[in-house]
Design a protein around this ligand. Sequence first.
Ligand SMILES: [Fe+2]
Length: 216
Amino acid sequence: MAGSAPPASLIAPLWPDCHAAALAIVRPAHLPLWQAAAPYLDTRCNDRHTLYCYAFAENLLYAHPDADPAIVLPALLLHDVGWSSVPADKQLLSFGPHMRYPQLRRRHEVEGARIAAEILIAHATPAAVVAAITTIIDGHDTRAEPFSLHDALVKDADKLWRYTPFGVETLRGWFGYSLTEQFALLARWLETRFFTETAVLLARTLFTSLQLSYPP
Ligand SMILES: [Fe+2]
């Protein structure tokens, strides 16, 4: 199944300029938040990861019209700004299969909520919206179960990038997975990592596309 890598053009068709990509992906109303967040996302591929999350969230919101885009989308733009407060040499040891510093994983959530509040307040966001967004960010990785539909959509959007060539190549670089190992993980995560049926269907579709893209 998962043998060789796809051509580079498949991995990065519209990059490497994240700001140019953001103009195509981020709603105009949210571009100031993106521009404020970007300096905090310049680590761990978080800028590009964030835009993938945002794009997938738009799809989840399409299927969940009862959710508020004014909460879900800014939450995704800002959810990982806290990694900027974790030393770069310890980031890959703060989550994933080689985690040695779970306290730093937690720090990225707490600091992320603090930085996000500063950015949102600076952009005249209503207090109730700031509270809703920062409550989601503070716990977006460590909270086992979502406390609301908004939280569930953020959690799900944060996982879907793994089912793209960018996600496969990034996680392989971080953790040294073989493609076979990673495809087995992706298959298992379909059953365990998502909270909405919409996200499962999206992940299944993306996974099928991945399997077709990585020739045996
Ligand atoms: Fe994330």
